[in-house]
Write a protein that binds this ligand. Structure first.
Ligand code: ATP
Ligand code: MG
Length: 233
């Protein structure tokens, strides 16, 4: 579970986020929606601890990201906007580098990389250097890198270029145990979501269907108003 509680951030005169609160629950894909410049990336960067909020706090599985950063990050995978790869490293080496930063053993790294490579269809290019990779190949490696330490929660900043919504949904059914997915998207980028009409901050309806709760989406407007919604079928 990922919780944002009254997060605020200013850059000089720009109020990038003001009192933003939402919860990305286990068993759900939560959308953080907003126009360009609405503050989505700013909120995500506060969630994963690279930006210090002016006010409010964020917790991953109940662990305060600023209080216990390493412990919280062990529970969180991050796919930042325009995630860069090291072009001179192979796909495997890019993944291994991140895994070693998380303190994974060589044996665990090997088995986890094999698992992710199979699940994401990377076997054909896992030993190739990243220079020249297609958009889809790059995003798969960046995603494997985000998931290498088997976090329970994942944050994706506009991953839709080269990674389709089905692939994102499959994250939760794929290798490891991703429980909560938080996905930032441009509000006008075609997501099939609708407001539930319930605009109470921090609360949501979470539409569920007969296939279980994997199709549930909660949607938060990155500005001041927050709502929840369900996928339109
Ligand atoms: N480091 C920074 N310095 C100054 N202003 C910043 C900084 N980071 C973000 N901003 C500003 O804060 C506002 C929110 O930016 P942010 O990147 O969070 O928006 P966004 O919702 O992710 O937009 P997009 O859909 O374009 O990715 C913008 O006005 C942006 O220019
Ligand atoms: Mg952004």
């Amino acid at each position: 579970m990922i919780e944002a509680m009254a997060l605020s951030k200013r850059f000089g005169s720009i109020e990038a986020a003001k009192d933003v609160s939402f919860v990305a629950r286990d068993g759900e894909i939560t959308g953080l929606l907003g126009a360009n410049g609405a503050g989505k990336s700013t909120c995500l960067r506060m969630l994963y601890g690279v930006l210090t909020p002016d006010g409010g706090r964020a917790c991953i599985d109940g662990i305060d990201i600023r209080g216990e950063t390493s412990k919280a990050r062990a529970h969180l995978g991050v796919l930042p906007h325009a995630a860069g790869l090291y072009n001179n490293l192979t796909a495997r080496e890019n993944i291994r580098y991140f895994g070693s930063l998380h303190g994974m053993t060589a044996a665990r790294l090997r088995s986890r990389t094999a698992e992710l490579s199979l699940a994401l269809g990377m076997d054909g290019f896992i030993e190739r250097r990243a220079k020249g990779f297609s958009q889809g190949q790059r995003i798969k490696v960046a995603l494997a890198r985000a998931l290498v330490h088997d976090p329970g929660n994942v944050v994706l900043d506009e991953p839709t270029n080269g990674l389709d919504v089905m692939a994102i949904r499959n994250l939760r059914e794929g290798p490891g145990s991703v429980r909560a997915v938080l996905l930032a998207r441009h509000a006008g980028s075609g997501g099939a979501v609708r407001s539930s009409g319930d605009h109470r901050p921090g609360q949501g309806v979470g539409g569920r269907d007969s296939s279980g709760n994997s199709r549930t989406q909660r949607c938060c407007d990155a500005g001041r108003s927050i709502f929840a919604g369900a996928r339109r079928h």
